[in-house]
Design a protein around this ligand. Structure first.
Ligand SMILES: NC(=O)c1ccc[n+]([C@@H]2O[C@H](COP(=O)([O-])OP(=O)(O)OC[C@H]3O[C@@H](n4cnc5c(N)ncnc54)[C@H](O)[C@@H]3O)[C@@H](O)[C@H]2O)c1
Length: 448
């Protein structure tokens, strides 16, 4: 099939590349000239394991093309995917300006095209229920030709995006015409050979599936963080509580890890968008309002631990090391990353910050500019540091040389925002250790 992917971000680029890899002719369109230039030079603008190689292979086979030329991109497309960003607006609502601008371009292109085939326009971006109708109207305002609409929310995880896309747990397709539903099913058949389902449903339900899924996962994270905070107050250990609780099959053990709260480009904005949807129809999403609040507070709860540890200290003399900036391991995405909030607050207090992340220095630099120092490796980051904060649980932080760390640091103090280390190990090596939902190890209880 001839596919045009509008937007070459984390979703559009992965989706377009994976469709090309199953033999489709894919053109990826973006308005960002620098992204397209990089892609045409064989460089992926994002870090996603395995993506470079897949792009290279499919571009070489002339199945995958990158362009900023709208008319060329839309000309022969049978299926056009809109995969542009839907960031939060200042009121929390999903900002649909990029989606609707793309829809108008598509309408113009359909009107100008001599191709007589009816095109399918697929909204892959995460959008509030009712957006497909707005897209349909925006396209129809520019052309009188017949076209079909479909909703196809994406569930890939950054860091494992290619595997997720190639072997999805499920594919969700909202379509109102048989033509669109059949074409979409054909397109996705190669990805569900192992028997995972393709669900065809009405468009509003498909739009809602995405928000309901992300909001459920966000709820689990805020829930376990709330329990972790209570554990600290009552002397329980969240790791033990987790073990006992998650062995119940009805509960399961995924997305129930305490930490600094969820971040990234999806959960924060999707929870806010769902809250707005509730407000707009007069049914406040009270549970999700709390989920969001708990998540925001979680970063402050963690910062309070640093403030109490360094109470009375002159922050301008403190050197804090940060391991991990990306919002989670496996990606260079720092959007809404808890690390960014923490670093900004430490800088406000006057501390000097040196950070290390295996892949996210460039993306972090776009937000933090040169306000912090970026170290070449984890050990360099902690040199002479008064404390280390672990913000992202990259594998390389899981088993570091603790003796060497103690030698390098000015004081052996770790604030572990991901509960990466065992308390017994920390005690063995003599670290002052603060984590989430577990009692700290400090001078008073170190020998216990
Ligand atoms: N990132 C994820 O893990 C993920 C997962 C599932 C769903 N989603 C959803 O997918 C959508 C895209 O997310 P993303 O992270 O890939 O976004 P992104 O910000 O990484 O990329 C969006 C791209 O669209 C381009 N763009 C904007 N307007 C355009 C236009 N008119 N024509 C062509 N290109 C245009 C931008 O230049 C940018 O390169 C969002 O709605 C998001 O919620 C994201």
């Amino acid at each position: 099939m001839r596919i045009t992917m509008v937007g070459t971000g984390y979703v559009g680029l992965v989706t377009g590349t994976c469709f090309a890899n199953t033999g489709n002719q894919v053109t990826c369109l973006d308005i960002d000239q620098s992204k397209i230039e990089k892609l045409n030079n064989g460089i992926s603008p994002i870090y996603e394991p395995g993506l470079d190689e897949l792009i290279g292979r499919n571009a070489k086979a002339s199945r995958l093309h990158f362009t900023t030329d709208k008319s060329a991109a839309y000309k022969n497309a049978e299926i056009i995917f809109i995969a542009v960003g839907t960031p939060s607006g200042s009121d929390g609502r999903a900002n649909l300006q990029y989606v609707l601008a793309a829809a108008q371009d598509i309408g113009d292109a359909i009107e100008a095209s001599s191709d007589t085939r009816e095109k399918i326009i697929v909204v892959k971006s995460t959008v509030p229920v009712g957006t497909n109708i707005k897209v349909q109207q925006a396209v129809a305002s520019r052309t009188s030709k017949t076209f079909h609409m479909a909703s196809n929310p994406e569930f890939l995880k950054e860091g494992a995006a290619i595997n997720d896309f190639n072997k999805p747990d499920r594919v969700v397709i909202g379509a109102h015409t048989k033509y669109a539903a059949d074409k979409m099913r054909d397109l996705y058949e190669p990805f569900v050979r192992q028997g995972n389902p393709i669900f065809i449903m009405d468009i509003p339900s498909a739009e809602m599936v995405k928000y309901a899924s992300n909001c459920m996962l966000a709820t689990k994270i805020s829930f376990i963080n709330e329990v972790a905070n209570l554990c600290e107050q009552y002397g329980a250990d969240i790791s033990e509580v987790r073990r006992g609780m998650c062995s119940d099959k009805r509960i399961g053990n995924q997305f129930l890890y305490p930490g600094l709260g969820y971040g990234g480009s999806c959960f924060p904005k999707d929870v806010l968008a769902m809250i707005s949807m509730g407000q707009d129809c007069g049914h406040p999403a009270e549970l999700l309002e709390s989920v969001h609040r708990v998540n925001q507070q979680q970063r402050d709860v963690f910062l309070t631990k640093l403030e109490s540890h360094f109470e009375g200290a002159d922050w301008s003399k403190l050197k804090i090391a940060v391991w991990g900036i990306a919002f989670k391991p496996g990606t260079d995405d720092v959007r809404e990353a808890p690390s960014i909030t923490l670093i900004q607050k430490l800088l406000e207090k006057g501390a000097t910050v040196t950070a290390y992340d295996p892949v996210a220095h460039e993306t972090a630099g776009e937000v933090l500019t040169d306000s912090i120092t970026y170290a070449n490796n984890a050990i360099e980051a902690i040199n002479d540091a008064d404390a280390l904060i672990v913000c992202t649980d990259w594998s390389e932080f899981k088993n570091p040389e603790f003796e060497l760390m103690k030698d390098k640091m000015a004081t052996p103090v770790i604030f572990d925002g991901r509960n990466v280390y065992r308390r017994s190990t920390m005690r063995e090596y003599g670290f002052v250790y603060h984590s989430v939902g577990r009692a700290p190890i400090n001078e008073e209880n170190a020998a216990v």
